[in-house]
Design a protein around this ligand. Structure first.
Ligand SMILES: [Cu+2]
Length: 341
C-alpha cells in the first residue's frame, strides 16, 4: 500500500514536470515568455504557492502533533523524571514558537515582497539594533536552558542517601537483576566464574555475595518510594538499559561499572489506573543495537509496594545457592577485582 502511494506521488510529480515543460514551450512559441507580464504572472503564482505551502505545512504540523500525542509516554514514574519532563516541555514550547514565527515570516515575506513591478527593491545592508536583539535574546534563552539542564543533570547524578544497590546485568540477549540484600553490598563477581548455574559469575568466597539475590525470570521488581542505585554491567558487547517510564537510560559497557539512580513514585497498579490500560507494564529495554536478537532484550518492570516487593524477593534465587568458586589459582588475579565482570 505504501509502495503504491509512493509510486502514485512520484508519477504525479513527473506528470506535473512534463506539463510545466509544455506550458513553457508553448509560451516560447507564442513569444510571450520574455515579457514582463509573464514574469509578474510567474511571481504571483509562486508567491501564492508559498502561502499555500505554508498553510498546508503548518496545518499538517499541528494535526500530526495532536494526532500522535496519544503515543507519548504517560506521566513520569520517577522523582527526577517530573523535572526532566518539565524542562523538555519548556524546550518544545520555545522551539515551537520560534518555528512558527520563522516559518510564517519566511513564506509570508516571500509572498509579500515578490517582484510585481509596483515597488523597487530597497538596499538595507545593516541594522545594529536588530542584530543586537537577535544575538542577545537567543543567547539569554539558550544560556538559561543550558544552566537549568545542568542543574537537573547534577541533581540526577548526585549521591543519594539510603539508596538500595541493584545490579542490572545485560548479555546477548537478556537481562538479570541482582539485589544486594540486607548488607546493601553487591558481592564480587568475575566473568571467569560464569557457568549455567552461576550466570553472573558470582564469587562465592566473598561474604558479601551470600545475601545477594538475583532474578530468574524475565521480570524485575522494584519497591515504591525507595531510592535505587543501579550498577550496570555487560557480559559481551555494549548494551543500553532504557527505562522509558522512569526517564532513565545508561550504557552497559563490558569491563566497566556505570550507574544511574532513580526513585519510583507510581506503582504498576496505580499507573494502570492513570493510563486507563489494565494491561500496562513498565519495561526495561535495550537501546543499543547489540546483535541479531537485540529486539528481544525487553524485561517487564513491576513497581510494588515495599511489602509486595519483599514477598517477591523471597521467591527469587539466592546467591548463597551458588556453588563455591573454582580454586583461585585458575583465576587471573588482576581480573578478580570488586564487581569486575
Ligand atoms: Cu542489548
Amino acid at each position: 500500500m505504501t509502495l503504491l502511494i509512493t509510486i502514485t506521488i512520484l508519477l504525479g510529480i513527473i506528470v506535473l514536470a512534463r506539463l510545466m515543460t509544455i506550458v513553457q514551450l508553448s509560451s516560447e512559441l507564442t513569444g510571450s515568455s520574455d515579457s514582463q507580464e509573464e514574469q509578474v504572472r510567474h511571481n504571483n503564482s509562486n508567491g501564492f504557492g508559498f502561502i499555500v505551502f505554508m498553510v498546508l505545512g503548518l496545518g499538517l504540523f499541528i494535526y500530526m502533533t495532536i494526532d500522535y500525542s496519544k503515543h507519548l509516554l504517560p506521566v513520569s514514574a520517577s522523582e527526577h523524571g517530573v523535572g526532566l519532563d518539565k524542562l523538555l516541555n519548556i524546550n518544545w514550547a520555545i522551539i515551537g514558537v520560534v518555528f512558527f514565527i520563522t516559518q510564517i515570516a519566511l513564506f509570508y515575506f516571500s509572498y509579500k515582497y515578490r517582484d510585481n513591478k509596483k515597488h523597487e527593491a530597497y538596499f538595507y545592508p545593516e541594522n545594529y539594533k536588530l542584530e543586537l536583539i537577535w544575538t542577545i535574546v537567543p543567547t539569554i534563552v539558550l544560556t538559561t536552558l543550558i544552566i537549568t539542564g545542568l542543574k537537573q543533570w547534577n541533581g540526577i547524578f548526585s549521591e543519594k542517601e539510603n539508596s538500595m544497590n541493584v545490579q542490572v546485568y545485560g548479555y546477548q540477549f537478556a537481562w538479570i537483576t541482582r539485589y544486594s540484600g540486607p548488607d546493601n553490598i553487591l558481592g564480587k563477581s568475575n566473568y571467569k566464574l560464569i557457568t549455567d548455574d552461576n550466570p553472573l559469575g558470582l564469587d562465592a568466597s566473598d561474604p558479601a555475595v551470600k545475601d545477594d539475590i538475583y532474578t530468574t525470570g524475565n521480570e524485575m521488581h522494584i519497591p515504591l518510594g525507595q531510592e535505587l542505585k543501579f550498577q550496570f554491567n555487560a557480559r559481551d558487547v555494549i548494551h543500553s538499559a532504557y527505562f522509558p517510564h522512569f526517564r532513565a537510560q545508561m550504557n552497559l559497557v563490558p569491563g566497566m561499572n556505570t550507574f544511574f539512580s532513580f526513585k519510583p513514585t507510581i506503582t504498576t497498579a496505580e499507573m494502570r489506573k492513570i493510563t486507563g490500560n489494565d494491561k500496562f507494564d513498565y519495561v526495561l529495554l535495550c537501546n543499543k543495537i547489540c546483535g541479531v536478537a537485540h529486539y528481544t532484550m525487553k524485561m517487564k518492570v513491576v513497581v510494588d509496594t515495599p511489602a509486595d516487593f519483599k514477598a517477591w524477593l523471597k521467591s527469587q534465587k539466592k546467591a548463597s545457592e551458588v556453588k563455591a568458586a573454582p580454586p583461585v589459582s585458575t583465576l587471573n588475579s588482576t581480573a578478580n577485582g570488586s564487581n569486575s565482570i
